[in-house]
Design a protein around this ligand. Sequence first.
Ligand SMILES: CC(C)(COP(=O)(O)OP(=O)(O)OC[C@H]1O[C@@H](n2cnc3c(N)ncnc32)[C@H](O)[C@@H]1OP(=O)(O)O)[C@@H](O)C(=O)NCCC(=O)NCCS
Length: 355
Amino acid sequence: MLIDNGLEKVVAAETRLSHVDGLAGELIIGGYRLDELVADRTFEEVAGLLLASYADTPADIRSAIGKARARVFTRTSNLLPQLADMPLFDAMRTALSTLPDGNDINAALDLVAAPGTLLAQLIRQSSGKKLIDPDPALGHAEDMLCMAGLNTSAEAIAGLNTYLISVIDHGLNASTFTARVVASTDAGLVSSVTAALGALKGPLHGGAPGPVLDMLDAVGTPDNARAWIDNELAAGRRLMGFGHRIYRVRDPRADALKSALNGLRSDRLELAAAVEREALAALAIHKPERKLETNVEYYTAVLLEALGFPRDTFTAVFASGRTAGWVAHALEQAATGRLIRPQSHYTGPLPQRAA
Ligand SMILES: CC(C)(COP(=O)(O)OP(=O)(O)OC[C@H]1O[C@@H](n2cnc3c(N)ncnc32)[C@H](O)[C@@H]1OP(=O)(O)O)[C@@H](O)C(=O)NCCC(=O)NCCS
């Protein structure tokens, strides 16, 4: 029996949705390279592209997702005050899990709209401000910024749109696999997405960008970078925002996000570039046999901070993009009609045989 604890060598699904080429550093989503998509598509268009393989998507996807934001707001706004004591990500997951479960297009659209809507309302609530109703006529990125009360300049809207597209889907990562496992039991899309949110939260997956900023805070100034990094590596700690299970070259999303910072004010950019340079040099010496390059979370942290999102909301912003991918994967898995049920190898004690 072959045992592969991290399932690295296991191909557990066929997908039309996205392809990650870890050696070439290329990400293909729905037949397009990431750089083509971020150049001239909206988040809603790319979400529609993914869903269209497995659902009857409405012709006007922007307006359909806008109406879904309004539905989610109506269903959840009374619940949010009861979740005020929870960490924001957990409150978002809890509110999302109350949406009606199902496998139809309305459940799919509500889920695509839900994390961005809930996140924005929870940001308002946590700072004691009045909630702002969604505006279904706006694009999703613009309305997320409006509802959260953040900067809605053209550069900020474009920056968030680029971010949401960059993280929308990424092969069979841990949270997408989780969504597919739940979908394979025919539990429904809301259950799949709720489970995927749990998987995303961990610092080895979607929880890394907050700690990236903690790292930049701790480094403080560019000339302190190398000593700080060497000390961390010598202590056996990992540098957040570096390394990836699949990529052996630079994550293409890191470049898309770095470009999205053009035109946005960020006090971090110079420090971030210096720390990145020193980290890559130090990692090459520390782990010469393993190529450890910049991953998506590094510039996510710098971009989301420049957009005004509080540090503890970064994983929820990630979910606001990735949910469209989870929903499409859940529909794709459900279409196979095959339950995912691997085997385990028992290493516990055996029962005593009767004499
Ligand atoms: C993303 C990540 C979990 C991928 O890990 P993985 O494919 O399971 O790789 P492994 O955990 O097997 O690591 C291989 C080796 O590289 C080292 N390594 C991996 N990422 C590292 C990092 N960011 N900093 C320092 N060392 C790192 C490991 O310590 C390990 O060394 P060892 O063989 O001496 O034990 C890992 O690179 C990581 O923890 N990165 C930091 C967190 C992060 O940025 N997460 C966001 C991912 S998008």
